[in-house]
Design a protein around this ligand. Structure first.
Ligand code: TEU
Length: 561
């Protein structure tokens, strides 16, 4: 029998507060702005909001560098605003998942300010300090996600500290039991306020291999995290400690962000009997379009087989043993329709096709703000328009290596994180009505005059209305939530077809991932007398026995029984 849980049935909506709704006119979204739009979010039919970090922060990495875990970033509002947001959400039956960023803090956090003062400071061991090599160079060759060495030399004490992300994000030392107690206290603080769970930032990185050996040098990008810090030796022990001491005492949900984790590793983190986390975000679904050299801003060819391979593998390995999460984008990824669909000729069709996928797979689905209106990547004109530290650092690094703007921009425009961070487009007036400010913190995508919520509300055929229908379809059919999954017409090069089945229910999902008309063979199913429960095209569905013709990006779900 299926074990039911609210977080398995939930559809999650991710709010990036900085770009959601500005009520103070400073060009930056805020908590009051989210409160104003709660009815809009509720109307989508979602159950949970995942809120990106809203804590006090110098915002070197847009809030993922926290200087005080118990204070709200003044740009976003106050703790009173937060309490109001939470109660207004609960009033509407919406749950709140907070971002928990505890692999690292800001260098402006009180702990780090103390830690760097002297080698015998009581906070010294809160972070990872190492002596230079004999020649004064960093302790090993690890590279930071945002470019350069992962080690920063500190004059004051003559040692290096580790930062897997920016140098303003020193990594916490989880080997120190005091650090773990601090983290547990932070978690209790928010759970006692009534928040409903955590999205745990790079939680797979908290346990570092204690030998701190070099990465193999034939892997200069450093992205194959291997066992140096993704899945470190004490990861499970640490997660079980958080579970037993804190999480198990609350009815809350957890989703771990786990770059570099295979399905086998994942089972050890989210397996039912593991007492660790409930679900996680895998990254293989985000890797399918990487270029051959594997660097983050490379552009590779991908096709529907890439999708089939990754999602089928994760389903097979986890189903019945754990619970999955499904997402096509977030604040670290470009816009899904620009990446996996067609943001020009077939924007509507392909965005709806992707929505059909997202909401008919096994695993808790995550929708990122603006995805529900088919927002696209942004035509940034140059580095001066970037706000993301990763994009800016990468650009400057490449320039210093002699590359030209023309060579560098395509990769950034394709995969850069700022693509998803431009303000959500509410209507076609100035700044997409996101803000009254002269200048918003980041450029508004110029296509707001056509792509915006107001327009989508008016258009019965909009992506927005389709999302609502698709969310409802999922909610109304247990088979789409709890059912098993199996590929149909596996060898098809254009169509991703699969069945979901549970007890006496069964559904067939057909997704054309291309911009041409194509067909698929769904034998043994004869669809002529089957009920079509949702489709992104109105009428004209062609079926001949077991042979189905699909128009560009056409998506359909049939009820088999
Ligand atoms: O992201 C971690 C992560 O591995 C990536 O998604 C990362 O942003 C990207 O691959 C960079 O190459 C999390 C947060 O979601 C991200 O916004 C933060 O910048 C990062 O952790 C550090 O806290």
């Amino acid at each position: 029998k299926k074990e039911k849980s609210w977080w398995k049935e939930a559809v999650v909506y991710q709010v990036y507060p900085r770009s959601f709704n500005d009520t103070t006119g400073n060009g930056i979204g805020d908590l009051r702005g989210i409160i104003e739009k709660l009815d809009y979010i509720k109307d989508l039919g979602v159950d949970v909001i995942w809120l990106n970090p809203v804590y006090e922060s110098p915002c070197d990495d847009m809030g993922y560098d926290i200087s005080n875990y118990r204070k709200i970033l003044p740009q976003f509002g106050t703790m009173e605003d937060f309490d109001l947001l939470l109660s207004e959400m609960h009033k509407r039956g919406l749950k709140l998942v907070m971002d928990l960023v505890v692999n690292h803090t800001s260098d402006e956090h009180r702990w780090f300010v103390e830690s760097r003062k002297s080698k015998d400071n009581p906070y010294r061991d809160y972070y990872i300090w190492k002596k230079p090599k004999a020649d004064g160079s960093p302790p090993n060759n690890w590279v930071s996600y945002f470019g350069g060495s992962a080690w920063e030399y500190d004059e004051q004490t003559g040692e290096y500290y580790l930062h897997l992300f920016s140098k303003k994000q020193p990594d916490l030392n989880w080997e120190n039991p005091k650090v773990r107690e601090e983290v547990k206290d932070i978690m209790r603080f928010w759970l006692d306020k009534g928040v409903d769970g955590f999205r745990m930032d790079v939680i797979g990185f908290i346990s570092k291999d204690p030998d701190f050996e070099d990465f193999p040098t034939d892997n200069p990008s450093g992205k194959d995290l291997g066992d140096k810090y993704a899945n470190g030796p004490r990861l499970h022990e640490f997660l079980q400690e958080l579970h037993d001491d804190v999480l198990s005492h609350y009815d809350c949900m957890t989703v771990g962000e786990c770059p570099g984790v295979s399905p086998e590793d994942a089972l050890l983190i989210v397996g039912k009997d593991r007492r660790e986390l409930q679900t996680l975000f895998q990254f293989e679904g985000m890797d399918i379009d990487y270029g051959k050299n594997g660097s983050r801003f490379s552009i590779g060819n991908w096709d529907v087989h890439g999708f089939k391979k990754v999602y089928t593998k994760w389903h097979k390995k986890l189903y019945g043993k754990a619970w999955n999460s499904i997402y096509l984008m977030n604040h670290d990824q470009p816009r899904a329709v620009s990446r996996f669909g067609d943001d020009k000729k077939y924007r509507k069709e392909s965005a709806k096709m992707l929505a059909t996928f997202l909401l008919s797979m096994w695993g808790t689905p995550y929708i990122y703000q603006g995805e529900e209106i088919g927002m696209t990547n942004c035509p940034f004109e140059g580095v001066e328009e970037f706000r993301d530290i990763e994009m800016i650092n990468y650009y400057n690094e490449q320039i210093s290596k002699g590359k030209t703007k023309e060579e560098i921009m395509p990769g950034l425009l394709y995969r850069g994180r700022d693509n998803s961070r431009t303000p959500i487009q509410w209507n076609d007036s100035r700044n997409a009505v996101f803000s009254d400010a002269e200048e918003t913190w980041i450029k508004v995508n110029p296509n707001y005059t056509e792509i915006n919520v107001e327009e989508a509300e008016k258009d019965p055929d909009s992506i927005l209305h389709y999302f609502r229908r698709m969310i409802k379809t999922r909610k109304d059919n247990d088979v789409l939530i709890y059912g098993d999954y199996e590929l149909v017409d596996e060898g098809n090069d254009d169509v991703y077809a699969y069945r979901r089945f549970l007890d006496n229910e069964e559904m067939l999902v057909l997704l054309n991932f291309t911009d041409k008309e194509t067909s698929c063979d769904v034998s043994p199913y004869n669809l002529e007398d089957k009920e079509l429960i949702i489709s992104n095209y109105k009428g004209g569905q062609k079926v001949k026995g077991t042979e189905v013709t699909l128009r560009p990006y056409e998506a359909r779900i049939y009820k088999i029984k």
